[in-house]
Design a protein around this ligand. Sequence first.
Ligand SMILES: *Cc1c(COP(=O)(O)O)cnc(C)c1O
Length: 360
Amino acid sequence: MKRVYNFSAGPSMLPEPVLRRAAAEMLDYEGSGQSVMEMSHRSKVYESIIFGCEEQLRRVMGIPDNYKVLFLQGGASSQFAMVPLNLLNGSGRADYVITGQFAKKAWQEASRFGQCNVVASSADKLFTYIPTLDPATFDKDADYFHICANNTIYGSRWVDFPETGNVPLVADMSSCILSEPVDVSKFGLIYAGAQKNMAPAGLTVVIIREDLLGHTRDTAPTMFNYKTMVENQSMYNTPPCYPIYICKLVLDWLESLGGLEKMAEINNKKAAVLYDFIDSSRLFHNNVEKRVRSIMNVTFVTGNEEIDKKFVKEAAAAGFVNIKGHRSVGGMRASIYNAMPAEGIDALVAFMKKFEAENA
Ligand SMILES: *Cc1c(COP(=O)(O)O)cnc(C)c1O
């Protein structure tokens, strides 16, 4: 069996110990005589998985007691609508910062439900930086303030989150959740599609401060009401059972490594190895402002589309797959989420060096 180094932006790699354990438990989960895929979500055995997963996520992320944790379907993209349907009902206004394509999509979708102001944008320089904010431009009566914490496509991230005072800060953390410690109490709501750092596709995690519940508009679909989901412990209908189980195994793995502090240390080291090489390279360049470079998605170009294409092709043949940049930016992108081992980065850098020697 030969496994590749998969640099996909999502769905992406899962830790090998997680896959092995899932395989071992596949046919008979803890003596239940069935796989987790087959069991009733109302069974005692499944309850121990979903409630256990929540308890572990709370412990790993240090989620305060006045926050609810939801396991939903629909992806982060559904949250682009679910957030305004539930929160955009006071002044009917919200502030958005546009730092990439997902931030823009979130803003566009929310704009269908109320007045969503663009406080700042980095579109002028192809999202290669995070704009400096002037708090005087914030709407003090906004129902919330939305950011995308890590810009998956462009490879930038917020290093210091905005101070929004009494206005709840809402963050799309799809591509950085569980990559480093985060002070949850700074946020009103955090959401993440799980397929980057938590689990297979199909699960969306929402962490919401309790006082933000109960403001949902009447016309919101029942399935899109956070309160419905809170009252039913994410089991108003069938939850994404198997991804929740894998999420629990991923959290076991994270805890065995030493939790988020340790994860951040590993991730920072991994990213530094790649960025240091790119910065010293005669062939490859990264265009993101150094201070805000993502430690999860590393973008790079050679400046020549033909050579970029050649690199992607030769990399795939050498076992480094899905390293092509997003279709909107071109070039290359190495997504190096938690599950990408340090050896994967070392091997990639060695391959890049060889390619540079042959092509620069
Ligand atoms: C992947 C991604 C999304 C889209 O997630 P889906 O679950 O496919 O809807 C949204 N935001 C960010 C930051 C992402 O990385």
